[in-house]
Design a protein around this ligand. Structure first.
Ligand SMILES: [Zn+2]
Length: 325
C-alpha cells in the first residue's frame, strides 16, 4: 500500500471519464483518442486551417506548429471554435498586450463546469466538510477564479470568505473569523505572514493552497514554519481553463490533469525534451470547447519530474519551481 493517498487528480479523471486510467499506456491511448477528436474538430478552421485531422501517435504532435500569445491577441476570431452566444465567460486581459490590443480567452459552460469539477475534487486534498476557508485572490470578476473556488468549497461542504487585500485588514478578519484553511495568491499570503509575524499573532489556519503565480521555496518554507504544514501548490492559467496541476500529499511536484491537458516541454528551438529536462511548457487543451489550443507556448519555464510519484498516481507531475520566461 502506498505511503501517501493517491492524488485527487486521478479521482478527477475517473469522475469525468467514467473509467479508471490505471497505467501510462491506458492514459496515453486515451490522450491520443482525445487529441484526434480535437484535431477533427479544429482542422481546416481558422488558425488550424492546415492542421491534419488525425495523428498516429502522441509523438507526432511534435510535427505540428505552435500557437502563441500573439496568435490570441492578433487573431482571436481564428481560435474561437463556437459562436459568441455559446460563450458564458470572456476573460479580457488589457495589460498583457504590448500592442495595446486585449488578450481575450473564451469559455463555454462546459469549459467552466470542467474547471469547477477539477477544483471541487482537487481541493479535497486539503479542504474538508465543515472547514472555514480564507480566500486571498485579487478580484477576478463574475465566474472568475474566486467564484469557482467559492463554488468548489460550497460543494465540498466548507464555507469561505474573501479576505481583504491589505494584510492589516486580513489579519483582523482572520482573528475574528478563525479560518481553518487558506487558499490564495503567493503575494497575499506573503504579506499576511509578514503582518502576522510583526504583530506576534499565530495563523488560525493549518492547511494552505497557493495558486495564481509561482511560489518560491523560501515562501513555501515560511508557510510551513508558520502553520506547521507545507503548502499545496497549483499551476494554472487562463489559456488552459484556469486549472492545470496540483500537489498531492507528498508535496513533490504538481500532478497534471492529463485527461484534459497534453503537456510537452520544448527547448528554445521548439524541439521536444525528455522528462526531467527544463524548457518551455507547451500545452494542448484536449477538452476546451470555446477556444482550444494546440501546442500553446505558455512562456513558462518548467520540467516534468522523471520518476513516478510515491502516491502511485498515473498522472505526471510538473516541478513546482515554474518561472515566467
Ligand atoms: Zn503524487
Amino acid at each position: 500500500m502506498a505511503a501517501f493517498p493517491k492524488s485527487k487528480v486521478d479521482e478527477y479523471a475517473s469522475a469525468c471519464e467514467g473509467c479508471t486510467l490505471e497505467t501510462r499506456a491506458d492514459l496515453e491511448e486515451f490522450q491520443l483518442k482525445r487529441l484526434n477528436e480535437l484535431l477533427e474538430r479544429v482542422s481546416g478552421r481558422g488558425l488550424y486551417a492546415n492542421y491534419p485531422s488525425h495523428l498516429h501517435s502522441l509523438a507526432d504532435i511534435a510535427n505540428l506548429p505552435f500557437t502563441s500569445e500573439s496568435d490570441i491577441i492578433e487573431h482571436p476570431s481564428q481560435l474561437g471554435m463556437v459562436s459568441q452566444s455559446q460563450c458564458v465567460r470572456v476573460i479580457s486581459d488589457e495589460t498583457s498586450a504590448t500592442t495595446g490590443k486585449p488578450k481575450r480567452i473564451y469559455y463555454t459552460q462546459a469549459d467552466r463546469d470542467r474547471t469547477a469539477r477539477f477544483f471541487e475534487i482537487g481541493l479535497q486534498e486539503l479542504i474538508e466538510p465543515g472547514d472555514f476557508v480564507m480566500l486571498g485572490f485579487p478580484e477576478s470578476g463574475e465566474l472568475g477564479l474566486t467564484d469557482l473556488i467559492e463554488e468548489a468549497c460550497r460543494r465540498i461542504g466548507a464555507m469561505c470568505y474573501v479576505a481583504e487585500d491589505e494584510a492589516c485588514y486580513a489579519i483582523d478578519q482572520m482573528a475574528m473569523l478563525s479560518p481553518s484553511a487558506y487558499i490564495g495568491h503567493p503575494f497575499h499570503i506573503a504579506a499576511l505572514l509578514d503582518g502576522l509575524a510583526t504583530r506576534g499573532i499565530a495563523p488560525t489556519f493549518t492547511r494552505t493552497l497557493i495558486s495564481g503565480d509561482s511560489c518560491s521555496s523560501d515562501l513555501c518554507e515560511a508557510v510551513a514554519s508558520a502553520i506547521g504544514s507545507y503548502p499545496f501548490l497549483h499551476y494554472g492559467s487562463r489559456e488552459i481553463g484556469l486549472a492545470g496541476a496540483v500537489s498531492c500529499h507528498t508535496r513533490k511536484g504538481m500532478h497534471i490533469r492529463e485527461n484534459d491537458l497534453l503537456v510537452e516541454i520544448v527547448d528554445e528551438t521548439g524541439n521536444p525534451l525528455p522528462d526531467g529536462e527544463w524548457g518551455e511548457i507547451v500545452i494542448t487543451t484536449l477538452m476546451q470547447e470555446a477556444m482550444p489550443f494546440v501546442r500553446y507556448r505558455t512562456q513558462d519555464r518548467g520540467r516534468i519530474l522523471p520518476q513516478p510519484c510515491e502516491c502511485s498516481s498515473v498522472m505526471k507531475r510538473l516541478d513546482d519551481k515554474i518561472e515566467r520566461m
